[in-house]
Design a binder for this molecule. Sequence first.
Ligand SMILES: [Zn+2]
Length: 420
Amino acid sequence: MIVLDKFSIGVGDRFARQAKAQLQACIFAGKAGVEVIPVWNKSNREHTIIGSEPASVRAAADAAVAQLGWKLPYFCDADHINLSTVDRFLPACDFFTIDVADFIGIAADPVSVDQFVKRHTELLGAIPLHGSDGTIEIAPALLRGTAAKFLFAIQEAGKIYRRIEEAKGKDSFVAEISMDETDSAQTPAELLILLAAIADEAIPIQTIAPKFSGRFNKGVDYVGDAAQFGRELALDMAALGHAVRTYGLPSNLKLSIHSGSDKFSIYPAIHAAMRQFSAGVHLKTAGTTWLEEVIGLAEAGGDGLALAKALYAEAFAHAEELSAPYATVIDIDPAKLPAPREVDHWASSQFTGALRHNPKCSSYNPSFRQLLHVGFKVAAKQGNRFLDLLDANREVVARNVAENLSARHIVPVFLGRSAS
Ligand SMILES: [Zn+2]
């Protein structure tokens, strides 16, 4: 069976130019004493907006691995796929994030809900969770209610899983189930019930991505109670351990944290929970590599800075249209967006200071950053002008990409040190 190791990081490389710089960050982690496996993820939505194919992600990853002599595993993740989008990812990917969010709340047939409730009386009452001070309490109404809300979605996940298995062969890929893109967070008790249902459906998931409480906006920090997040995360990890022992799910099953990138204020809690349970984590960071590309161009000055400003001006002009698909995961304050004619006068350091995610920097502007984050379509429209400038400024761009990933993400989450 293809196994995803204990520590892994999901990275997005929208324009397929930075796989090598991203892999450098994992090599740095290895030198610092922790093996972090890279997983290149790109969703159907990203491919559609950019006009790319999954094969390009695979080609970029393979080339980076060959160039840098990476000997550990690595994966290409078909991120947030469902039955209608999975097919184009089948040849290129060996990691599939089966997204069932759209099916949560659709009523399963009452017979299967009844059967599930009868089959799983072991879930009722107080379940002591190994390694945790807490217990999970499940009353009959919660068991039935959770089954009614989620069973259809898990059955759908089974269909998607079997479609992939048929095409790729058993045990030849990593399966994840994600339900982060939904309205309400799942509690640790719900997660445990869901895991029983996933085991019944015989889906050997190695990662699961629940929705956590708090806001996970794209490319900016966590909004919510970090201590509360830490308590929930610990119970979630304990629930996973219990499910592995009780239901025979793969022993390396771990949480996949769809972070939307840059959740710096909860990184210490993630590291603490990993230590408490000797647990692994898959940290999906997704799309901020594209912002590091813009930062690199701005830092380069000249044509690079000019293009960075032009990208912002265009994103500003189409802010509403660009934000719409991401409405639930961004909080842009239009009053905080500088006018493009003002940005035109900015020096490199002003542009990078506003865009780079350094919460301690007084010129850091989260609205500016979020707008550019969702504005990658604007760069895609520039076509070769953007790509040629990335190539011409390869070094400065790669340095920003690699430093961001290692110093701001890998070091605090997997090494437990504060970000430099
Ligand atoms: Zn997600």
